[in-house]
Write a protein that binds this ligand. Structure first.
Ligand code: NAD
Length: 445
């Protein structure tokens, strides 16, 4: 099929590239001309394992194209995907301005019947707004062209996005029109050679809702476990043992019940807020969802609070080595990363930070921690340790899992580790002579 993907960010670029990999002819469109020029040369703007090679391969075999010009590509296209950002608006709701701008552009330029797909995460009722926006543009130019708006929310995880897209747990298609639903099933069927059961079709509103519920459910598991971690610490229990104790129940399972420094990223924070807002707009106070958010906001400060408890309210003259800036491993994305909040809090109290992240240092330096005095960036995790009073681990990158602890002891002023992701064995750390602080367990020395 001939596809146009509008918005070439994490979702648009990964989706477009994977559709091209399956043999479709895809054009990815963006308003950011620098991004598009770079992509034409195979330079990709994000770190996502496996993506660069797949982009290069598909540019070479002419199935993947990049452009800033939507109008000329709409002429040839069967399906147009809207994959632009839906950032958090001032009141917490999803800001649909980019989605509706694209809908307007489509209405202005479409020349034949096509399927328009909302792939961005959008609140229930957005497909109707996209439909109305396109129709209004068609009416203005008295064009009698039919089209369908389909919801096809994206569930990929940054850091494992290619795998998620190529071998999805499920694809949700919300289509109120049989023909559009059938065409979408045809597009996705190569991704489901063994079982078509995971290609789930439903009505548009339920599909829109499914995306928010999935993210809210995952965020709820994280906040639940973080709350339990805080209680464990108070009562003298070990959350790491409690996690294994409950995860072994198949009704609960092990995934997403790791205690930590809270969730971040481009999706959970904004999607939890947007779902709460949608409920509010319909006269319902979503108390559980509200608490998920509150627990998460507080959780981001747990490690900073432990540092303050250990080193005092005034941190002038103290230096901390920070391992990990990205909101999770295998990505350079720092949107809403706990590291931003923790570093700012420590710097506000006078501390100096020596930071290292395998992929997110540019993001930090040029954007999220730009102009924040007192933060220096280092080329390796060991380079951050010199003259530091303690090491603080904030992202669970694999290279942090089994470091040379002797080197840590030699370089740090004193052997103190704050672990915001519970990566190490508490008893072993004590044996190695570290003062080891983690989430959900009283410190044992
Ligand atoms: P992003 O910010 O990385 O990319 C959005 C892109 O859209 C940018 O490159 C921007 O220049 C472009 N854009 C904005 N307006 C445009 C316009 N009028 N025409 C063409 N391009 C335009 O966003 P993202 O992370 O890819 O997220 C996109 C959507 O997918 C959001 O709704 C998000 O919630 C959802 N989503 C994201 C993820 C994720 O892991 N990032 C996962 C699932 C769903």
């Amino acid at each position: 099929m001939n596809l146009t993907v509008i918005g070439t960010g994490y979702v648009g670029l990964v989706s477009g590239t994977c559709f091209a990999e399956m043999g479709n002819i895809v054009t990815c469109i963006d308003v950011d001309s620098t991004k598009i020029e770079n992509l034409k040369q195979g330079v990709i703007p994000i770190y996502e394992p496996g993506l660069e090679a797949m982009v290069t391969r598909n540019i070479k075999n002419k199935s993947l194209h990049f452009s800033t010009d939507l109008s000329s590509h709409l002429e040839k296209c069967d399906i147009a995907f809207i994959a632009v950002g839906t950032p958090m608006g001032d009141d917490g709701s999803a800001d649909l301005k980019y989605v509706l701008q694209v809908a307007q552009e489509i209405g202005k330029h479409m020349t034949h019947s096509l399927i328009v797909v909302d792939k961005s995460t959008v609140p229930v009722g957005t497909a109707d707004k996209v439909q109305a926006t396109i129709q209004s543009e068609l009416d203005k130019r008295k064009a009698n062209i039919t089209f369908s708006v389909v919801s096809n929310p994206e569930f990929l995880k940054e850091g494992d996005a290619i795998n998620d897209f190529m071998k999805p747990d499920r694809v949700v298609i919300g289509a109120d029109n049989d023909e559009a639903g059938k065409k979408m099933r045809t597009l996705y069927s190569p991704f489901f050679r063994s079982s078509m059961d995971r290609l789930i079709q439903m009505d548009v509103r339920s599909a829109e809702m499914t995306k928010y519920v999935a993210n809210a459910m995952l965020a709820t598991k994280i906040s639940f476990m973080n709350e339990i971690a805080n209680i464990c610490e108070l009562v003298g229990a070990d959350v790491n043992k409690v996690r294994i104790g409950i995860g072994s129940d198949s009704r609960i399972g092990y995934s997403f019940i790791y205690p930590g420094s809270g969730y971040g990223g481009s999706c959970f924070p904004k999607d939890v807020k947007a779902l709460k807002k949608t409920a509010e707009e319909h006269g319902y106070i979503a108390q559980l969802i509200q608490s998920v958010e509150l627990v998460n906001d507080k959780q981001k400060m747990v490690i900073a609070n432990k540092v303050v408890k250990r080193f005092g309210e005034n941190l002038s003259g103290k230096t901390f080595a920070v391992w990990g800036l990205a909101f999770k491993p295998e990505t350079d994305d720092m949107r809403e990363a706990p590291a931003i909040y923790i570093i700012k809090e420590l710097v506000k109290r006078g501390a100096k930070i020596q930071a290292y992240d395998p992929k997110a240092m540019e993001e930090a330096q040029h954007f999220y921690l730009k102009d924040l005095k007192g933060v220096s960036y280092h080329n390796s995790k060991y380079d951050t340790l010199k003259d530091a009073d303690a090491m603080i681990l904030l992202t669970e990158w694999k290279e942090f899992r089994s470091p040379d602890f002797e080197e840590l002891k030699v370089q740090l002023k004193q052997p103190v580790i704050f672990d915001g992701r519970n990566q190490y064995n508490d008893a072993l750390m004590t044996e190695r002579g570290f003062e080891y602080f983690q989430i959900g367990k009283q410190q044992s020395i």
